[in-house]
Each structure stands twice: as C-alpha cells, then as structure tokens.
Design a protein around this ligand. Structure first.
Ligand code: FA5
Length: 338
C-alpha cells in the first residue's frame, strides 16, 4: 500500500511541475483532492485493509494530502504573481506621455449670440416670452394691424399650412400672444425661429429673430432710443455710434430702422458697410395704436415700443461670415471656430 502512496506522490510532483496556468492548477486540485480525486480514493480504500494497517496507512495518505495542499498553495501564489507581472508588462503605461485633451462641445454660434442678447435684456429687467412656431393668421398678421389683402403682407413671403394657419414669419406674433394674456406693464423679449419663403446667401427659409416689446404708461420714442442705444453698445462696443432712420412697419408708428457705425472701418466706408459707414441692425417703432386696441389696451393710458432683429445677421456681421447656410450645415470645421 505504501508503494501506491509513493507512486502517487511521484506522479503528483511530476504533474505539478508541468502546470503553467491557474486553470490547469484547478483541474489538478480536482484530480487529486476533489471528491472523486485520487488521494480521496486512497483514503476511501482504507476500509479494505486489515485493521492494524489502517492507522499507518491513514497517516501516510493524510501526510500526502497535506503536502499536496501546501504545494498547491505555493504553486497558486507563483502563478498569480506571474499573471500579475504579465498583466503589468502588457498594460504598461507611460505616465510621462502628455494627456489627450477631451474634445469639448460648445454652444452653436447662433445660440451664443442669442444668449448674449438675452443677457443684456434680462439685465435691463425684461422677461423672456415664448410663442408658437405654427401660428394663425390672426396672431401673425391681423392682430398686428395687417388685415387680409393688406399690401404689406407681401413684405414677408409666407409658408401657409392652410388658409388660416402658417409657420410664423416673424417673432412679432409673440407680441399679440403676450398682450392677449397680460395687462400692462409689459416688458418682454421673445427669441425664436421664424420662416419665410426666402433663400440666398444672406436669407434662409428658417432663421432666428428676437422681438422686444414694452408697454406701459408714458412710454415715448425717447425710451425706445435709449433702450436700443444701450443694447447696441452693449452688444457691439461702447465706442459704436447708433443712428435711427425713418422706416415703415404696419404694426409700429412711427417706425424706424436702426444702424450701428461700421465696426470694420469705424464709419469711414468699406466693403462690409457698402461704403456707407453704417450697418443696419434692427427694425423698431412705437406700437401702433390699432395693435394696442386689438389687444384691449386703453390707448389713452398706454403707449409702447417694439423692435425686432435677425440673429443670423448679427452673427454674420460679428464673425465676418458671408454665407448664411454655413450656420445650418453642422460642419465641425466651421462650428469649431467659435
Ligand atoms: C420684421 O420681421 C419685423 N417683425 C421687425 C420688427 C419688430 C419691426 C417690431 C418693428 C417692431 P424684417 O422683415 O425687416 O422685420 O426682419 C427683421 C430682420 O430679420 C431683418 O433685419 C433680417 O436681419 C432678418 N431677416 C429677414 N428675413 C431673413 C431671412 N430670410 N433670413 C435671415 N434673416 C432674415
């Protein structure tokens, strides 16, 4: 019997020597020490021995079992260490290499300009109003003193959805929605998307405007001039000059267009300002009494001013962009410059 034990011992050591990975080691453990393993089988066979031989035999098998367990642990530690060393070598990291900067996203240039404009008016105590992009004839036109068949409807080429529904041609439609819901005083700006059947390098079928509306007791053209001068200087620089020219909008009377002195040539005349020294920035005027009346405001008590500007136009001037379509093409080479 001892011969069997010694044979097994030799076999075990030879096999253990050859083991090169943890998986093989586990198989080895099962093969010798598992429930059906060779060493366990030896212990089980003890019953068939004469009684007097059993204690010695049992002791010898137990010794072998303990030896194997110890060697197994040793081998396991060696293999784990080798595995860790291999992993460290494979995943070697040169901590002296410069890091790769993550690509940070940023806001679209139109959004940046829009937020800058919002910030200026929020600081002046305005709130932001929201309207609808799908609008009805009444709020886009009639409530703004543009009755059906009025020639001024031709000023804006409209995308009609049905005979009464359209996608708004200007953010002025928010004026009618706000005045319908709210009694004066009103002091809002309304940024948003608008649509016109228009398409060339400076005009897009979808573009962005910001509307402004103030209605209160005693609002004068002087308030309009002061507000828009403060706004334009905050946006384009304190050194800029501002000019008001008479104009026409059906919903304001008197109406004006507002120019800023050219920020490229400083008023001397260049390509950007078409040698005039001035760049047109926005349309504005005193809210037409008819508009106030339609909203149910008492025109003997309340007056107001309104203005509207195109965001793309401001962004194109500011960044020297000569094709409006660049804003909508999602070309990272263009967008990452801002
Ligand atoms: C209006 O839309 C008036 N609602 C503005 C207004 C509001 C006047 C309140 C008075 C009181 P206008 O049609 O001029 O006005 O458009 C305003 C600006 O929108 C223009 O100066 C221009 O910068 C921009 N714009 C007009 N059409 C386009 C277009 N197709 N693509 C890009 N920008 C445009």
């Amino acid at each position: 019997m001892n011969e069997n034990i010694n044979k097994l011992r030799e076999e075990v050591w030879l096999e253990l020597e050859k083991i090169a990975d943890l998986e093989a080691l586990e198989k080895f453990r099962v093969k010798y020490l598992g429930k059906k393993g060779a060493i366990t089988a030896l212990l089980r066979s003890m019953g068939s021995l004469p009684k007097e031989e059993r204690p010695l035999f049992g002791k010898a098998v137990n010794e072998l079992s303990t030896e194997v367990e110890e060697k197994l642990e040793e081998k396991e530690a060696q293999l784990m260490e080798a595995k860790r060393a291999r992993q460290l070598a494979e995943e070697a990291l040169d901590v002296t290499l410069p890091g790769r900067a993550p690509r940070l996203g940023h806001r679209h240039p139109l959004k940046q300009v829009m937020e800058e404009i919002e910030e200026i008016f929020l600081n002046m105590g305005y709130t932001i109003a929201d309207g609808r992009e799908v609008e009805d004839d009444f709020h886009n036109f009639e409530a703004l003193n543009i009755p059906k068949d009025h020639p001024s409807r031709d000023m804006q080429d409209t995308f009609w959805i049905s005979s009464d529904t359209l996608i708004r041609t200007h953010t002025s439609s928010v004026q009618s929605r706000v005045m319908e819901k709210q009694d004066p005083p009103v002091r809002i700006i309304a940024p948003g998307r608008v649509y016109r059947c228009d398409d060339d390098v400076t005009h897009s079928p979808m573009f962005h405007q910001v509307e402004g509306l103030v209605v209160d007791k005693g609002i004068t053209f002087g308030d309009l001039k002061w507000t828009l001068t403060v706004f334009i200087k905050a946006l384009f620089g304190q050194e800029r000059q501002v000019r008001f020219r008479p104009s026409y909008f059906p919903f304001t009377e008197p109406s004006c267009e507002v120019d800023v002195s050219c920020f490229v040539c400083n008023g001397k005349g260049c390509r950007l300002c078409k040698n005039t020294g001035w760049i047109e920035i926005l349309g504005a005027g005193m809210v037409h009494p008819n508009v106030l009346k339609i909203a149910g405001y008492d025109t003997k008590v309340y007056t107001g001013f309104a203005f509207g500007l195109g965001i793309e136009r401001i962004a194109m001037l500011r960044y020297g962009i000569d094709d409006i379509r660049l804003f909508y093409e999602s070309d990272m080479r263009f967008l990452s410059q801002f």
